[in-house]
Design a protein around this ligand. Sequence first.
Ligand code: ZN
Length: 134
Amino acid sequence: MIQAIDHIGIAVRDLEASITLYKTLFQIDTMHREQVVEFGVDIASFSLNGVRIELTAPLHADTPIGKFLDKRGEGIHHVAFRTDTIGEDLQRLANNDIRLINTEPQNGAHDMLVAFLHPSSTGGVLMELCSEKP
Ligand code: ZN
């Protein structure tokens, strides 16, 4: 069942500059840092009352996030929803003609399973489902 917003992904070009900006905006000292090579992303994140803000920069230009930045520029990239039934959710959504970017859960940041839904099926919002690993 999809339960809550887990995080908001924000596309940024310069991760170090964005970290400095967000530390000023939210008065935070440290951020979790992680690279997910499979998705071509370099991430810095922090939590606000259980909702993570994920600053996401491309590891190379030729990645989905790099292409997003070229096309749309910096800004909100995706909204991620936490679920405890990611496999069933993907099946249910596929059965309802929702276009999936990932038909199977993938290894994502924070040691979670993730799958993206195509914005053409979700009213223009890139949505991610994420789940703790069993
Ligand atoms: Zn995400």
